[in-house]
Design a protein around this ligand. Structure first.
Ligand SMILES: Cc1cc2nc3c(=O)[nH]c(=O)nc-3n(C[C@H](O)[C@H](O)[C@H](O)COP(=O)(O)OP(=O)(O)OC[C@H]3O[C@@H](n4cnc5c(N)ncnc54)[C@H](O)[C@@H]3O)c2cc1C
Length: 466
């Protein structure tokens, strides 16, 4: 349906935020997302300032039959926070945080990044489990589940979610928690942006390190040691204290300080460790790591948790080309190790990489049906990403990532983490949710029967079109 200039002018006049349309200065800047491969041309971008703006935009889009795309941090793999001809409801100006150190909670606006949250909480020696890069948005990461350094010790991000304020598809506003709209609260914890627009999250915060100081950093091994390292790592991880977590990677060493120049751009197998427990027993916890093998570099050092969380941000500026493929793994098989070795050797560009993030410890003690997030049986969330600044390399990135994924997939648990997926079709969405999928479609029918929120890893309402 065509929406007239007068309609948009009326909407703009009623917002505290800004409405940006094609031809306006800032349109091209604001339609960009983190993944430079995404090039969408929305009908309008509403940079909301408050909940009232979000409600008004939702109602406007529905009244004018416009698609709605919702933007938190804009980091999504598939770029699902912008869409052609849609109204983008952009929360990125809504970024306030409130810590309650006594109650160990933090209330976070829907447009915050994890850097905003870490900044607020680490000052109190506290943190909420998030991811591994602080420029990522709180909203998208949380709604997909949230896997990070603190997941072994304190669970996924969703396991620390206490409450969410949500604008529903009809523009009404509700608070979801264990006691209010419990079905919605269940679905929000892993079901993505399918159920409404979350304008604020309240999380539990947890003690991290010695008043926020952790011991962390990467350890790199020669590519030829990949087999030995992966076999050691898969046996070691379950025996480690939950204060210690480490994700394993195939990567090329970044070409710049603090990495030693002789290692720059070398293909390696690496593990990035983070120890968040008391420092008087840190040596004991870290001993197996320091004693194993012949590492090329051991970069473990004390640092504030928020500094560690933002360590990789400069390596990964906005606008790079990203091509993603993902799966969960309950084991790292010998066949998988051979595949990692093979494709690690072929990493096509300096930033292309493979990561496996542990989902064990506290994250795997939560029952599989307690939240929408369905892969709780121990193991890893794996991701293969081709990354480069040059759009001319886009097909090289995707070909390498697809070939790697095809060969590795038979060793996986079947589905992938929705936050690491491109647009891969309904079968992959179902596989991401396993037995939780049917309940998600029921909650979708109740809260968004017309599938208003469909620009996401879409869960279709039960009884509707499949
Ligand atoms: C460099 C990098 C590192 C990453 N590391 C990790 C990691 O360590 N652990 C991890 O778990 N994930 C990680 N991710 C994946 C990340 O969780 C997803 O990209 C996530 O979608 C980002 O959230 P966002 O708010 O930035 O995304 P956006 O692109 O803004 O949105 C993502 C999806 O959520 C929806 N959405 C956004 N805001 C809202 C809202 N307020 N209410 C309802 N729906 C909303 C959007 O419509 C879209 O479908 C990483 C991503 C990148 C690019």
């Amino acid at each position: 349906m065509d929406v007239s200039d007068e309609h948009y002018e009326d909407l703009a006049a009623h917002l505290r935020g800004v409405l940006i349309r094609p031809g306006d200065s800032g349109y091209d800047q604001n339609r960009k997302v983190y993944n430079g491969m995404i090039d969408k041309r929305p009908a309008a971008i509403a940079r909301c300032r408050d909940v009232a703006d979000v409600i008004r935009c939702t109602r406007f889009a529905r009244n004018h039959s416009l698609d709605i795309a919702v933007r938190g941090g804009g980091h999504n793999a598939a770029g699902l926070s912008v869409w052609d001809d849609a109204l983008v409801i952009d929360l990125s100006l809504m970024r306030s945080t409130t810590v309650s150190p006594d109650e160990h909670t933090v209330r976070v606006d829907g447009g915050c990044t994890w850097g905003d949250v870490d900044h607020a909480t680490v000052e109190f020696g506290l943190a909420t489990p998030s991811g591994f890069v602080s420029s990522t948005g709180v909203a998208g990461l949380t709604l997909g589940g949230g896997v990070g350094y603190l997941s072994r010790r304190y669970g996924l991000t969703v396991d620390n979610l206490l409450e969410a304020d949500v604008v529903l598809a009809d523009g009404t506003f509700v608070t979801a928690s264990e006691s209010e709209h419990p079905d919605l609260f269940w679905a929000l914890r892993g079901g993505g942006g399918n159920f409404g627009i979350v304008t604020s999250f309240t999380f539990r915060t947890n003690e991290v390190g010695e008043h926020g100081l952790v011991i962390a950093g990467p350890v790199f091994y020669d590519l030829d040691d990949t087999g030995a390292v992966m076999r050691w790592y898969r046996e070691l991880l379950p025996s480690l204290p939950e204060e210690l977590s480490g994700w394993i990677a195939m990567l090329r060493v970044p070409s710049g300080p603090p990495f030693p120049e002789e290692l720059w751009d070398r293909r390696v197998c690496g593990i990035v460790w983070c120890y968040t427990g008391p420092h008087d027993v840190a040596d004991q916890a870290l001993a197996p790591i320091k004693e194993f093998g012949s590492p090329l570099m051991v970069g473990l050092a004390p640092m504030p948790f928020d500094a560690f969380q933002s360590l990789f941000n400069p390596l990964l500026p906005e606008g790079l080309q990203w091509y993603w493929r993902a799966d969960f793994f309950t084991e790292i098989t010998d066949a998988a190790i051979e595949t990692h070795r093979k494709y690690g050797e072929q990493l096509p560009t300096p930033l292309s990489t493979m990561h496996m993030y542990p989902i064990d410890g506290a994250a795997s003690r939560v029952p599989q049906d307690a939240t929408a997030f369905a892969y709780r049986d121990g193991g890893w969330a794996g991701v293969i990403v081709g990354v480069d600044a040059d759009p001319a390399n886009a097909s090289q990135l995707s070909e390498w990532a697809k070939a790697y994924w095809e060969e590795l997939h038979p060793t996986s648990a079947g589905g992938g983490y929705i936050n690491f997926m491109m647009e891969e079709g309904q079968d992959r969405v179902r596989a991401a949710y396993r037995d939780n999928y049917a309940r998600l479609t029921e909650v979708k029918r109740r809260y968004d029967p017309d599938n208003v929120f469909h620009i996401n890893q879409n869960i279709r309402p039960a009884g509707g079109q499949t």
